[in-house]
Write a protein that binds this ligand. Structure first.
Ligand code: C2E
Ligand code: MG
Ligand code: MG
Length: 717
C-alpha cells in the first residue's frame, strides 16, 4: 500500500512535470510547479523515513524540465526546492516524533503555514533571486509564476480540502467525524467554502494583481502560525473571496495550467493536513482509551470504574449499587509456567467467567494485575452475595492453557454503595472485605460489615494523610549502602522511602501498597526520584569511586508515559550523571503491559540508567524472562539470604541464582545480609555484592554522609 502510494507520488511529480511543460509550451507561460503540499503529504503519509523520496521526485521532475527546456534554470530550481523540502522534512520529522504524536499545540497550524504559505513564499523569493541572476524571465512570466503558486495553492486548498481531508483520514483508518468533532467541523466549514468557490465561474478566480497577492498572503502566514490550520483556512477563504471579487472586476480567463496546479497542490496539501489531523486525533483517541482502560484485557481501569461508581452513587437507592473486589493469587506462578501470552489468555478467560455470572449490566474493571472489580448497578446489586459466590465457583474451575491445567485462588470482598461513603469509600470497604477474605481460612467471600468498618476507616484516613504528605513533601528518604563483598568498597546506596505521620513510622510496605492501589505512587515515585538524585549529587566518592543511588520503581510508574522524562528531568535538575542512577524493578512488571515496560527500560538504558531486578526469586522464578529483561543486576531476595548459612534449600537456591547470573553475565547483590556467617557463605558461593544490616541499616541522608566518610577513612586506614 505504502509503496503504491510512493510510486503514485513520484509518478505525479514526473508526469506532472511532463504535462506541465506541454501545457506551458501551448499557452506560452512558465512550466508546472511542484505542489508544496504534495511533498509534505508524502512525508506524513509514509513517515519521515521517506522524506528523501521527495527530493528524488523533485530532482527527477526538474531533470525533465531541464531536458525539455532550460537546463541551468531547471537545475537551480531543483536545488532550491530540494533544499526547501528537505528543511520542511526535518521540521516534520521533529513534529511527528513528539510523544504523543503531534501533540504539540498548533503543529497543524505550523504545518498549514509551511504548506500554504512558507514554501511558495520561499520559492518565490528564490525565484526572484534566480530571475535576477539569470536575467531570463521576463517580468510577466515571473508574475505568472507567482500567481500560479499562490492562487493555485490557496484556491485549491479551499476547493479540495473537504474531500481530501476525509480521504486522508480514511487512509489513516480513522473516521474523521468519530475521531474529533473539531476536525469534522473543520471539514464542514471547508465544504461550505469549497462549494461556494466551485459554484462560482472559474474565470472569476483566474487572475489577480500579483504584487497585491504577494502582500496579502503575509497576514495569512501570521494567522496560520498563531491560530492553527482551521483559522488559517478561514483566512484563506476570506482572502480567496477578496481575490474572486477582484478577479471579477478584471475578468481574465482561467488557464489550464493553473487548474492543474490547483488540483495537485491544494489537494495534496489537504490530504496531508487530513493525515496530520487524523494521526493526531488517533493518538489522542488512543490516549483517551488508555486513560480509561486496562491495556491487557481491554477492561475499564480504575479511573473509568470510579466515574461509573460516582454516577451510580448519585442516584443510589438502598442496595442498588454493589462493589465486588476479586483478588487473584497465583498469577505469577502461571506466568512463570506458561509465559506471557498464555497468561493474557487466562485473564481474558477470567473476565469472561466473571461476565457470565454478573450479567451484561455489570461494569467489569481491572485495577491491578491481580485485582478485578465488578460493579453491580440495579436489580442485580441486591443479589451481590449470591453473585459473588457463583463467581468464586466459576473461577475455581481449572483453566486449560497450553495443554496444562491451572487452578486459580480467588477471594472476593463485597460492599454495598452508599452515597455518603463516596466512591473511594465504597471501594475501600470492598477492599477491606477482600483482605479479610484472602487472609481467613474458611469462606473466600466476605461481606463488608461493621467489624470491618474500623479497618476501612483507618485505611482511608491513611490514604488521606499520605496524599497530604506527598503534597507537602513530608516524606523522607533513607539510604542503605551496597558494598562489594571482596573489597568492601561502597558501590551503591538504595533509597528507601520513609513516612512517619505524627511521629509514628508506617512501614513502607504498607504505604507503598496504598500508594500503588490509589495511583498516588506516580507522584510519590516522582518525588523519590528527584530527592534521591538531588542528595546523591552531593555524595563524595568512596575509595575514589563514585557512589551511585538506586531507586525503587513500581510497575505503574514504568507504565507511565512520562516516566522517562521524569528520570531525565530529575537527573538534569540534580546535575547527576545518568550512570550514577540505577532503578530497581520487581518481576511483577511482567504482569503489566510488557512491551511498554521493556521499551521504558530500554529508553532508560539509552539514557545511561541501568536497572536491577529486585527481590529476585520470591515465590516463583520466571527464569526464562530474566534474559529478556534489560537489567544488569539481580538482587537476591532477603528470604533466601536469611537461610543461606543454615538451610540447604536456601543455599541451593542462592547457588542456582548465582549460576544463572553468571551465565547471563549479570551482577548480583545479596539483600538482607545480617551476620558474618551469611556473608561468608555468600562470598564462598561467588556472590559479588551485599546489602544488609551487617554493613549498615538504612539511614537518613545526612547520617549516610557521615557514615560514608567514616567508613571510607576506616577502609583506607
Ligand atoms: P526492597 O526494595 O527489597 O528494600 C529492601 C528492604 O529490606 C528495605 O525494607 C530494607 O530496610 C530491608 N533490609 C535491608 N537490609 C536488611 C537486613 O539485613 N535485614 C532485614 N530484616 N531487612 C533488611 P523497607 O525499607 O521496609 O522497604 C520495604 C519495601 O518497600 C522495599 O523493598 C521496596 O519494595 C518498597 N519501597 C521502599 N521505598 C520505596 C520507594 O521509594 N518506591 C517504591 N516503589 N517502593 C519502595
Ligand atoms: Mg529495592
Ligand atoms: Mg528487595
Amino acid at each position: 500500500m505504502r509503496i503504491a502510494i510512493a510510486v503514485l507520488f513520484v509518478g505525479l511529480y514526473v508526469g506532472g512535470a511532463a504535462w506541465g511543460i506541454d501545457v506551458a509550451g501551448a499557452s506560452g507561460i512558465s512550466p508546472w510547479y511542484p505542489p508544496a503540499g504534495l511533498s509534505l503529504a508524502l512525508v506524513i503519509l509514509l513517515g519521515p523515513r521517506w522524506a528523501p523520496l521527495i527530493v528524488v521526485g523533485d530532482l527527477a521532475q526538474w531533470a525533465i524540465v531541464g531536458h525539455r527546456g532550460d537546463l541551468p534554470l531547471a537545475t537551480a530550481f531543483a536545488l532550491v526546492q530540494a533544499g526547501i523540502f528537505a528543511g520542511a522534512g526535518v521540521l516534520l520529522r521533529r513534529l511527528l516524533q513528539a510523544e504523543p504524536p503531534l501533540a504539540r499545540l498548533n503543529d497543524v497550524g505550523i504545518f498549514g503555514a509551511i504548506g500554504v504559505v512558507a514554501t511558495p513564499l520561499l520559492a518565490a523569493v528564490a525565484v526572484i533571486g534566480l530571475d535576477v541572476a539569470f536575467g531570463e524571465l521576463p517580468a510577466d512570466a515571473f508574475a505568472e509564476q507567482i500567481r500560479v503558486f499562490f492562487i493555485g495553492d490557496a484556491v485549491a486548498i479551499v476547493a479540495f480540502t473537504p474531500a481530501l481531508l476525509t480521504a486522508g483520514a480514511w487512509v489513516q483508518g480513522v473516521s474523521l467525524r468519530a475521531a474529533s468533532p473539531s476536525a469534522a467541523g473543520f471539514g464542514v466549514n471547508d465544504a461550505l467554502m469549497g462549494l461556494s468557490v466551485i459554484l462560482l465561474p472559474p474565470s472569476l478566480i483566474a487572475a489577480f494583481d500579483d504584487r497585491l497577492l504577494f502582500i496579502s498572503l503575509l497576514p495569512l502566514a501570521w494567522v496560520a502560525l498563531r491560530r492553527g490550520l482551521p483559522a488559517a483556512t478561514f483566512a484563506v477563504a476570506a482572502w480567496a473571496t477578496v481575490a474572486v471579487v477582484a478577479v471579477a472586476v478584471w475578468d481574465i480567463g482561467l488557464r489550464l495550467v493553473e487548474m492543474q496546479s490547483f488540483v495537485l497542490a491544494g489537494g495534496a496539501l489537504a490530504l496531508a493536513s487530513g493525515a496530520v489531523v487524523s494521526e493526531r486525533e488517533r493518538g489522542r483517541a488512543r490516549l483517551a482509551y488508555l486513560a480509561l482502560h486496562d491495556d491487557v484485557t481491554g477492561l475499564p481501569n480504575r479511573h473509568r470504574l470510579m466515574l461509573a461508581l460516582t454516577d451510580a452513587l448519585a442516584r443510589e437507592e438502598r442496595r442498588s449499587v454493589a462493589i465486588l473486589v476479586v483478588q487473584l493469587r497465583g498469577l505469577r506462578q502461571i506466568l512463570a509456567g506458561v509465559g506471557r501470552e498464555a497468561l493474557d489468555e487466562l485473564l481474558a478467560v477470567i473476565a469472561d467467567r466473571l461476565r457470565s455470572v454478573t450479567g451484561p449490566d455489570a461494569t467489569l474493571a481491572r485495577l491491578s494485575p491481580s485485582r478485578f472489580v465488578v460493579m453491580l448497578d440495579g436489580p442485580s446489586a441486591r443479589r451481590a452475595e449470591t453473585i459473588a459466590d457463583r463467581a468464586l465457583t466459576e473461577l475455581s474451575a481449572p483453566a486449560e492453557l497450553d495443554g496444562r491445567e491451572f487452578t486459580l485462588d480467588a477471594s472476593i470482598g463485597v460492599a454495598y454503595g452508599a452515597r455518603e461513603h463516596g466512591p473511594d469509600g465504597v471501594l475501600a470497604r470492598a477492599d477491606a472485605a477482600t483482605a479479610r477474605a484472602a487472609s481467613q481460612t474458611g469462606s473466600r467471600r466476605v461481606l463488608f460489615d461493621a467489624t470491618l468498618e474500623e479497618e476501612a476507616r483507618q485505611r482511608r484516613e491513611l490514604e488521606r494523610q499520605l496524599r497530604r504528605a506527598i503534597d507537602d513533601e513530608a516524606l523522607e528518604l533513607h539510604f542503605q549502602p551496597i558494598v562489594d563483598l571482596d573489597s568492601s568498597v561502597v558501590l551503591d546506596a538504595e533509597a528507601l522511602a520513609r513516612w512517619s505521620p505524627d511521629g509514628a513510622a508506617i512501614p513502607p510496605t504498607v504505604f507503598i501498597e496504598i500508594a500503588e492501589q490509589t495511583g498516588l505512587i506516580l507522584r510519590l515515585g516522582r518525588w523519590v526520584l528527584r530527592e534521591a538524585c538531588r542528595q546523591a549529587a552531593a555524595w563524595p566518592t568512596s575509595a575514589g569511586r563514585p557512589v551511585s543511588v538506586s531507586v525503587n520503581v513500581s510497575p505503574m510508574q514504568l507504565q507511565d508515559a512520562g516516566f522517562v522524562d521524569d528520570v531525565r528531568r530529575a537527573l538534569g535538575e540534580a546535575g547527576l550523571p545518568a550512570s550514577r542512577l540505577r532503578i530497581e524493578v520487581t518481576e511483577s512488571i511482567l504482569l503489566d503491559d510488557l512491551e511498554t515496560a521493556l521499551s521504558r527500560l530500554a529508553a532508560l538504558r539509552a539514557l545511561g540508567v541501568t536497572a536491577m531486578l529486585d527481590d529476585f526469586g520470591t515465590g516463583y522464578s520466571s527464569l526464562s524472562w530474566v534474559q529478556r529483561l534489560p537489567v544488569t543486576t539481580l538482587k537476591i531476595d532477603r528470604s533466601f539470604v536469611a537461610g543461606v548459612a543454615d538451610r540447604e534449600i536456601d543455599r541451593a537456591i542462592v547457588a542456582a541464582t548465582l549460576g544463572l547470573a553468571r551465565a547471563l553475565h549479570l551482577e548480583t547483590v545479596a539483600e538482607g545480609v545480617e551476620d558474618e556467617r551469611q556473608r561468608d557463605v555468600l562470598r564462598q558461593l561467588g556472590c559479588a555484592r551485599m546489602q544488609g544490616f551487617l554493613v549498615a541499616r538504612p539511614m537518613p541522608g545526612d547520617a549516610f554522609l557521615v557514615w560514608l566518610e567514616r567508613y571510607d577513612t576506616r577502609m583506607s586506614a
